[in-house]
Design a protein around this ligand. Structure first.
Ligand code: NAG
Ligand code: NAG
Length: 478
């Protein structure tokens, strides 16, 4: 029939146009801004060959000695209260022969690292965000991905799941692809070698970074909300010349002097840099791949030895210190954001309750720092803009957040959770908290049946709407 042909032709044209447009966008995303594009995937043989060699090296250089004996836990010492002469906590004891064993295995690992030669296991000239999720973290991640896209960020995202059990069809095949995010099953890579080694959940972060297909990665924890586009970070200083950027924690470092002895490095002053808040890490695998591999060594032997050496029992013991520890050992450059992390929260019973951590734009931070170094106020900014809100305490899981006692006072009154109305620093012209709750509502109301971790849980859609009506009356009917 002629009428159907009339309909078909424009449709075909529209289809072709959008195909070409999408292809164009893809190319824009995967390639450098100026220059050739390259997006051929890494051959799986290269990845397996690398992992086969590297996992053997990790196992062969395990320290065969008991973990250091800890005489106490390092106190939570705020970085801002560290004086130039504040002593480094020194709470570990280790017999001389064990120290010798650790030195020798660490050295053996470094020798092996030198010899490890493999084709890159990333796609050259690519950039993207890497995260880990699974189970209850998936709905939290979807909230974060929605926030990320509202900032205008177009970076692709790789979401690492531990194993096939964590693969959720609706999340991985419908919700995430619509947000330009892709599920990757880590165990399928790790188990593709003849003698697979076990990786525990707290070690996923470093292995997700290593096995991501992107050359340049911004690792974000699943509960870390980008509140301005992070895309520019890849194209500006300090990343371009440093290849690795970390953000500070509230706390002073509590790395043991023994760690520096074992790794044959001078012990830095406590004042030199804060402990790392590893909810966000920016790194180039072209320049810093070996740094990630050494960090993986500290994580792989973390529970048995290195976590204790790197934290001495201070809060949040885990992968956080391994990035800088590895970079300093390998004399690799990195930039540690100078603007201190800030707690976000709300007033509570004459006091205050913190719920999240605010981190700042590293590019602006670097400009401000450079200007200060040269003591010229060349920049109109004196505080960098907020870039991430790491909402980890409690996590913004749409299914449980209302149960965490952070949205209403004891008298039943509803309230905001981020007391940032007085804050002069705003990076996007939005009410960030309203924007957050809208994403929580979207996940709870539109996708309540999508997530495996929500089976048997009453959807929180109506209670979330109720919270929004009371807390943000300016929104009108919801
Ligand atoms: C899959 O990973 C999760 C999270 O680490 C773990 O709890 C579970 O035991 C794993 N399942 C299998 C079959 O390995
Ligand atoms: C929530 O807060 C109320 C009063 O503020 C308190 O009685 C209750 O124990 C709290 N519940 C939880 C789970 O913290």
């Amino acid at each position: 029939m002629p009428s159907s042909r009339l309909v078909t032709k424009p449709l075909l044209v529209i289809f072709l146009c959008s195909f070409l447009f999408l292809t164009f966008i893809r190319f824009q995303d995967s390639g450098p801004r100026n220059g050739p594009t390259s997006s051929s995937p890494v051959p799986m043989e290269n990845i397996i060959s690398f992992w086969n060699d590297f996992s053997r090296l990790l196992v062969a250089t395990k320290p065969h000695c008991p973990k250091p004996k800890r005489l106490g836990s390092a106190a939570a010492l705020g970085f801002d209260s560290v004086k130039p002469d504040t002593p480094r906590p020194d709470l570990l004891q280790m017999p001389e022969q064990d120290i010798t064993e650790m030195i020798s295995m660490h050295e053996k690992f470094l020798q092996g690292l030198k010899k490890l030669s493999s084709a890159p296991i990333y796609t050259p000239n690519t950039r993207g965000i890497v995260t880990t999720a699974g189970g209850p973290y998936i709905p939290i991640l979807v909230v974060s991905l929605r926030m990320l896209r509202l900032t205008g960020s177009t970076l692709p995202v790789e979401v690492f799941l531990a194993n096939r059990t964590e693969y959720e069809p609706e999340s991985c095949e419908v919700i995430m692809p619509a947000l330009n995010a892709k599920c990757v099953i880590l165990s399928e890579i790790l188990e593709a070698v003849p003698e697979p080694v076990m990786i525990e959940s707290y070690q996923f972060k470093i292995f997700a970074m290593i096995f991501s297909s992107f050359q340049n990665i911004l690792f974000l924890d699943a509960d870390n909300l980008a509140v301005a586009s992070p895309d520019e970070l890849f194209y500006t200083e300090p990343f371009l010349s440093h290849g690795m950027v970390t953000w500070p924690d509230f706390w002073a470092s509590s790395v043991s002097p023994l760690f520096y002895k074992i790794t044959a490095q001078p012990t830095p002053l406590l004042k030199a840099s804060a402990s790392t808040e590893s909810g966000q890490v920016l790194v180039s695998k072209k320049s810093h791949f070996k740094v990630l591999l050494l960090a993986a060594y500290y994580n792989f032997h973390g529970p048995s030895h290195y976590y204790s050496l790197l934290s001495q029992g201070a809060a949040g013991e885990g992968d956080k210190e391994t990035f800088i520890a590895a970079a300093t050992k390998l004399d690799a450059t990195y930039y540690n954001v100078k603007q201190p992390v800030k707690a976000l929260g709300f007033p509570l019973e004459g006091s205050w309750r913190g719920v999240a951590m605010e981190q700042y734009n590293a590019a602006q931070d670097y400009q401000i720092y450079q200007a200060k170094q040269k003591s010229r106020p060349s920049t109109p900014l004196n505080i960098p803009q907020r870039l991430f809100i790491h909402a980890n305490f409690p996590k913004m899981d749409p299914a449980t957040v209302l149960l965490k006692n952070i949205t209403r006072y004891a008298n039943g009154e509803f309230h905001r959770i981020w007391d940032i109305s007085q804050d002069p620093v705003t990076s996007i012209e939005l009410d960030l908290e309203i924007t957050l709750w809208k994403q929580i509502m979207w996940v709870a109301c539109e996708h309540a049946s999508a997530f495996l971790s929500w089976r048997g849980i009453t959807p929180m859609c109506e209670p979330i709407k109720d919270h929004m009506r009371h807390t943000f009356p300016e929104l009108g009917p919801i």
